[in-house]
Design a protein around this ligand. Structure first.
Ligand SMILES: Nc1ncnc2c1ncn2[C@@H]1O[C@H](COP(=O)(O)OP(=O)(O)O)[C@@H](O)[C@H]1O
Ligand SMILES: [Mg+2]
Length: 265
């Protein structure tokens, strides 16, 4: 069931052809539907790059800011049947809307996420398509990309563990915790992105399942790379950081205190 979220007056909801868009007016004033169209930015020579992978994320720059625009696309076999259409189950359950709300609340709780800017869905009968715009985390590289270049310092592994613990302490179950969704910044800053299908939950075994998924992803990413890129010692450093949690002066609000949301079982 879709969760009910509360948000500030800066969050605008505007109806668009067959759907709606949400945006944070404190980050962008008067956002228009063209913002979700990569061709619009290409025409203006505003595209600054494309994310590796599915090719569904483009970066663009406007008014001195850089943004990441992601079109929701399916992976795996089902993509052959329908690459970007999802079954309509109401606005609150639409992927871009759900991800937008969760990320908005995480950003407000001070967690290291890419600040959400806008979300849109377009409904066609029983299906919809969706898009999400976040601020681009400049100067970052995914953990997967960093491992392709070389080994990652032990302290960074500890910081990744600490970062994951902050999210878990708030009850955030990431549906796809992998080495592509962890972004590393220049100063050792760790961000988590891609909260598609993420949920807020009470403590449980899902935390271990999240970590196991990450471990599998690291094995997959480093499989074809020279040895020493994600070693047992690195993994133990990550787990040590996770066990320790964030430093006292960096502590997140108490569990379950993400304003406007109730943790589910
Ligand atoms: N806000 C952002 N800042 C910087 N890079 C981003 C941002 N959002 C996405 N990316 C890059 O795009 C890739 C894909 O985006 P993501 O949101 O994980 O979508 P998906 O996994 O569905 O393709 C990420 O692995 C990352 O490299
Ligand atoms: Mg991703």
């Amino acid at each position: 069931m879709a969760r009910t979220w509360t948000s500030g007056s800066e969050v605008k909801r505007v109806a668009v052809d067959g759907g709606a868009m949400l945006y944070d007016a404190s980050r962008v004033g008067n956002l228009r539907a063209e913002w979700f169209d990569p061709a619009y930015w290409r025409k203006r020579d505003a595209v600054t790059g494309e994310a590796p992978g599915r090719g569904a994320t483009v970066f663009f720059a406007t008014n001195g800011h850089e943004y990441a625009l992601r079109h929701y696309r399916r992976g795996g076999l089902i993509a052959r049947l329908s690459s970007d259409r999802y079954l309509w189950r109401g606005e609150g359950a639409a992927r871009p809307v759900a991800e937008w709300h969760l990320t908005y609340h995480l950003a407000h709780a001070g967690l290291p996420v890419a600040p959400p800017v806008a979300a849109r869905y377009e409904r066609h009968g029983i299906v919809y398509r969706g898009d999400l715009i976040t601020e681009r985390l400049a100067g970052t590289m995914s953990l997967a990309a960093a491992l392709e270049l070389g080994s990652v310092p032990i302290l960074t592994w500890v910081d990744i563990g600490r970062c994951l613990r902050r999210f878990h302490d708030l009850g955030v179950c990431h549906a796809d915790l992998n080495a592509h969704n962890i972004l590393l910044g220049a100063g050792g800053m760790v961000h988590l992105i891609d909260f598609d299908r993420a949920t807020l939950r009470r403590p449980g075994l899902w935390r271990d399942a999240n970590l196991v998924r990450l471990r599998r992803s690291l094995d997959k990413v480093t499989d074809s790379l020279p040895p020493g890129r994600a070693t047992e010692a690195d993994w133990h450093s990550l787990l040590a950081g996770y066990r320790e949690g964030p430093p006292a002066n960096d502590a997140p609000p108490a569990a379950g205190s993400v304003s406007g949301a109730q943790a589910a079982d």
